[in-house]
Design a protein around this ligand. Structure first.
Ligand code: HBI
Ligand code: FE
Length: 251
């Protein structure tokens, strides 16, 4: 599948521009430095819908070797992780409508590209993502394993926070593409904000239809990347425990 750029109507471009300009007002001082650097480096400086091949991939590939590839929408876990193990980030090509500006449940092109792509200019983050995809592929037939990996993915890649020298910042694409949650995630007294912990994340279910109640904070992208071995070990351990419980349960 390819992104057919000529398909975008003037109204699509106008919706994108509204989303882009509103987020670019909010993100300085709230988005991770890696994101703010990545926005420019990955070719977003103007307000048009990004052309995956002519704008994003031309800049992204030389930096971390990653590419954005067009997919029709949510794809199966196997295909999803196979793409990411091959340094290809799946992005939808459809855009939310004007009456969905504030929040949509399924990731659209604004979520996938504006939200996720800029941090793909950070090598440690990319290495973490590729490791996570490889771990997922080695357990891709095990639904419980995939559910635990999806949780860790959710609380990092989608809704992760990072403690930087200037203060608490956002790197999760699900927050960065949502005007409401961008402010809520850093400033609301409601959600809990806890240190990144592999065992906790693998075992913490998540909600998809409202702002998060818990956020997890990393100290650096190196910390994410260096946690890959612990993710693999803890996942294996939890799967053994669960199979033993199952065995006991059914004996
Ligand atoms: N497909 N296109 C797309 N984008 C996603 O973010 C995505 C997906 N399929 C599966 C999925 N995410 C989640 O289940 C992963 O966290 C496993
Ligand atoms: Fe996403």
């Amino acid at each position: 599948m390819n992104q057919d750029y000529s398909n975008y109507s003037p109204d699509d471009q106008a919706v994108w521009r509204t989303l882009y300009e509103r987020q670019m007002e909010l993100l300085p001082g709230r988005a991770s430095q890696a994101y703010m650097d990545g926005i420019l480096a990955s070719g977003f400086p103007d307000v048009r819908i990004p052309d995956f091949d002519r704008m994003l991939n031309l800049r992204l590939e030389p930096i971390t070797g990653w590419r954005v590839v067009a997919v029709p929408g949510l794809i199966g876990n196997r295909e999803f992780f196979e793409l990411m193990a091959d340094r290809q980030f799946p992005a939808t090509t459809w855009l939310r409508s004007r009456d969905q500006l504030d929040y949509i449940q399924e990731p659209d092109m604004f979520h996938d590209t504006f939200g996720h792509v800029p941090v793909l200019t950070n090598q440690h983050f990319c290495n973490f993502l590729q490791d996570l995809a490889r771990i997922a592929l080695s357990h891709v037939e095990n639904e419980e394993a995939i559910e635990m990996i999806a949780r860790l993915y959710w609380y990092t890649v989608e809704f992760g926070l990072i403690q930087e020298s200037e203060g608490l910042r956002i790197y999760g694409g699900g927050i960065l593409s949502s005007p409401g949650e961008t402010v809520y995630a850093l400033e609301s007294p409601i959600p809990k904000r806890e240190p990144y912990d592999v065992a906790t994340l693998l075992q913490t279910p998540y909600v998809i239809d409202r702002f998060q109640e818990r956020y997890f904070v990393i100290d650096s992208y190196e910390q994410l990347y260096h946690s890959s071995p612990e993710i693999e070990a803890k996942l294996e351990e939890l799967l053994v425990v669960s199979s033993q419980q199952w065995a006991v349960g059914s004996s």
